[in-house]
Design a protein. Structure first.
Length: 213
């Protein structure tokens, strides 16, 4: 084979290698450029809020010393102190988990969580009826004004907030954890006697939620 033929084959090999290498090189160069494009970052101004004056009343039916608590329309997400020039007004909130803590230190995971839309710069309601089941309710007298019995003391929720930045219109997901302290008292009703006996009873519980900064 002549030297000219060998040189021609070698040139073709080099060109083929360059063609395969070019997209890889372009991708490697493009990634840092995108990262440095100055897109929106998650705000730190989103706080827990309350609706309905922060007060809710619910009933707990107790069987085998276990009860279920339901909360609806009480908890909000407060973005009223946020810079309104950073994001589009509409956002989506997706609740991924909720936890109820009782005065005895026991915790319960919530169900009935949901997805909602809200307006940036306001207090938006967090969706769903939050249910906490299997709560241990000991036998005893539950009279209004008696805090010695087991009762809810705190609730928290983890929320994915989907925001659209301005002016870039890039969508970002910002996970936030919101916490509220609960204070309230229960009255028990069993044949007009305020107690839970033999593992059975009904409690009327009124709670006041206070946002934890």
């Amino acid at each position: 084979m002549s030297n000219e033929t060998n040189k021609s084959i070698e040139r073709r090999r080099v060109l083929r290698g360059a063609a395969w290498a070019t997209p890889v090189l372009a991708a490697a160069i493009g990634t840092p450029a995108a990262a440095a494009s100055g897109g929106p970052v998650c705000p730190t101004c989103i706080k827990p809020g309350v609706l309905l004056g922060g007060v809710t009343t619910t009933q707990i039916v107790v069987a085998n010393n276990k009860g279920t608590l339901a909360f609806a329309g009480l908890f909000g997400m407060d973005s009223s102190s946020c810079d309104l020039t950073l994001f589009q007004p509409a956002y989506t909130s997706i609740i991924t988990s909720a936890t109820l803590t009782m005065s005895d230190g026991s915790t319960y995971a919530g169900s009935g969580l949901g997805t909602a839309t809200g307006t940036f710069g306001q207090i938006g309601v967090l969706p769903g009826t939050w249910l906490f089941s299997g709560i241990n309710i000991p036998n005893g007298t539950y009279i209004l004004g008696d805090n010695s019995k087991v009762h809810p003391v705190q609730i928290s929720a983890t929320v994915n907030v989907i925001l659209v930045g301005l002016p870039s219109l890039l969508q970002i997901t910002c996970p936030v954890t919101l916490t509220w302290n609960l204070s309230g008292l229960a009255t028990g009703i069993v044949a007009n006697v305020p107690l839970v006996g033999n593992g059975v009873g009904t409690l009327n519980y009124t709670a006041t939620a206070t946002p934890v900064p």
